[in-house]
Ligand binder design. Structure first.
Ligand code: PLP
Length: 392
């Protein structure tokens, strides 16, 4: 993008040129329907889909049969929560989640509460951490499912999914993990986590928009999600609809690249992120949100106290930043994630998310530190609130 330093990779990542290259034939000459197995063009498309299924399965330690392609995580979240609610009524109607989940989870639960579900929203600590004793104590005989994300999209805070998996397994409740932000950035292995259902989205890992995958455990357990979409019987009769072959191929290639490059890339990103944080926290009253918790290597959420994030972002027009999740930025409500971590409305409104990515360079970070520092200083210099606090 022309002269733009893109630090909004948690909202969406650019398409990796290698992914585009893998997709191109399926956007052009190889356009056949993957269900048209009566001819060789259709069979080739079906084979490409199966190759991608293997690539996605390999990235998360699943088997091919456990992967269902979707249009992205919002769809998977809606389908799983609504499907499980419908299917497990005889066990109960109680669900557990956290206050810092993505809106796709929270809004789906709000809908289900109107249908008679009971939902416990676990609080988090000041650094965004869950209390696992409280999680276990919240499980009741009628608890059906625990829905907890792996990495938070706003702060990058990681939940201890392996420990959560041990609890849900021991207490025989389903565990659904929204791993949209962690897959491809940090290791995610469904068998090691002991998770039953997990969703991921291609556009967060340098693949195309509008495609994702849902992992449904098939080993040692029968998970009943019901049919996600009725129709032509695609995806093992779980999710009907003509398959998005180019998108699926892109997701597969993106998964394969992420798997190969994750170790070196996460180290590179963590180094850049640390450099960014040490540069920006030289400013007075600049606090990293979620600092005390394990976090994704690419995210830094910083409160520049006594100013407004929207003013700061206007002041650095050549840097793409965010003041929360993409879906809610532009709204005036303070971030529900930061509020759950105990921030005041003012500090939540003063917080900016920097999310780095595969194409972020050292120079981008140096420029970002300079421009943000300059803008924060000049906004504060003309701010009566800052003068007041500074003279206290
Ligand atoms: N869950 C999390 C944690 C996310 O960050 C996002 C996207 O912002 C979603 C779910 C929704 O994903 P999708 O854009 O694939 O619907």
């Amino acid at each position: 993008m022309d002269g733009l330093i893109y630090l909004d990779n948690n909202a969406t990542t650019p398409l990796d040129p290698r992914v585009l290259e893998a997709m191109m034939p399926y956007l052009t000459t190889q356009f056949a329907n993957a269900s048209s197995v009566t001819h060789r063009a259709g069979r080739a498309a079906a084979a490409a889909v199966e190759k991608a299924r293997g690539q996605v399965a390999s990235l998360i330690g699943a088997t091919e049969k456990e992967i269902t392609f979707t249009s992205g995580s919002t769809e998977a979240i809606n389908m799983v929560l609504k499907g499980v609610f419908e299917r497990y009524q005889t066990k109960g109607r109680h669900f557990i989640t956290s206050q810092t989940e993505h809106k796709a989870v929270l809004d789906t639960f709000a809908y289900l509460e109107k249908q008679g579900a009971e939902v416990t929203y676990l609080p988090v600590s000041g650094s965004g951490a869950l209390d696992l004793t409280l999680l276990e104590a919240s499980i009741r005989p009628d608890t059906v499912l625990v829905a907890l994300m792996h990495a938070n999209n706003e702060t990058g805070v990681l939940h201890p999914v392996r420990d959560i998996g041990k609890i849900t397994m021991r207490r025989d409740v389903l565990f659904f993990c929204d791993a949209t932000q962690s897959v491809g950035k940090v290791p995610v292995n469904v068998a090691e986590i002991g998770v039953d259902l997990l969703c991921l989205s291609a556009h967060k890992l340098y693949g195309p928009k509008g495609v994702g995958a849902l992992y449904i455990r098939r080993r040692n357990k029968r998970i009943q999600t019901g049919v996600l979409l009725h129709g032509g019987g695609q995806e093992n009769k779980l999710r009907a609809g003509t398959l998005n072959v180019p998108g699926i191929v892109g997701l597969g290639e993106a998964a394969s690249i992420a798997q190969k490059e994750m170790d070196t890339e996460s180290l590179r990103l963590a180094t850049l992120r640390d450099k960014l944080e040490s540069g920006l926290t030289r400013l007075p009253a600049a606090v990293v949100n979620g600092l005390g918790s394990p976090r994704l290597p690419n995210v830094s959420n910083i409160a520049f106290r006594h100013l407004r994030a929207d003013q700061l972002m206007v002041g650095v027009p050549d840097i793409a930043l965010s003041s929360g999740s993409a879906c809610v930025s532009g709204t005036r409500d303070p971030s529900h994630v930061l509020k759950a971590m105990g921030l005041s409305d003012a500090d939540a409104h003063a917080s900016v998310r920097f999310s780095l990515g595969r194409f972020t360079t050292d120079e981008d970070i140096r420029t970002c530190i300079c421009e943000v520092t300059e803008t924060v200083n000049s906004l504060r210099a003309s701010s009566p609130i800052w003068q007041l606090h500074n003279n206290e």
